[in-house]
Design a protein around this ligand. Sequence first.
Ligand SMILES: [Zn+2]
Length: 193
Amino acid sequence: MRTNLTRLAAALTGLLLAGCSGAEPPRAAAAPVVPAPVPAPVVPALAENPSMPPPEPTPSAYNPLNAEEARVLLRKGTERPGIGEYTDLEAAGTYICRQCNAELYRSEDKFHSGCGWPSFDDEIAGAVERHDDSTLGMQRIEIVCANCKGHLGHVFHGEGFTAKDTRHCVNSISMRFVPKHEPVPPKIVLRSR
Ligand SMILES: [Zn+2]
């Protein structure tokens, strides 16, 4: 009997333990609900992403100019004829503004005028502004870079050099030549302008 009672007690204990352990699953079943809040941290993570890329660079200045470049570009000076590095250049490429990198002229529009300065019979659309210039006792049309207003030279009409009958007489020192297969540096646009 003692053995039977012992067995019975053991069986009852087993049932009780089973009952206790049986009560656990509902708690365990509730556990999967916990992951629900997980998406919440995703929102701030996404919100932080836009700040991850570096901020856009804001140009604060144009390309630095040496004394001679500043004399021509900023104070409307003129390069002596025949000394400009691009006067006789025939290579294919683009002429950009030395001060702000704006694309000004294409080599396809360049021609030999014999005047001693680089000559073009057309500009890249919108790249050049014209202003009346009555200095030196002459009525001329000054041309400046439309972006930075740097002095480029003068434009003349009616000389018959090319079919377009136009000659942009441009100081080499106001420009920089970029060969055809080289990347053109980005134009510098100051926010204040
Ligand atoms: Zn410019």
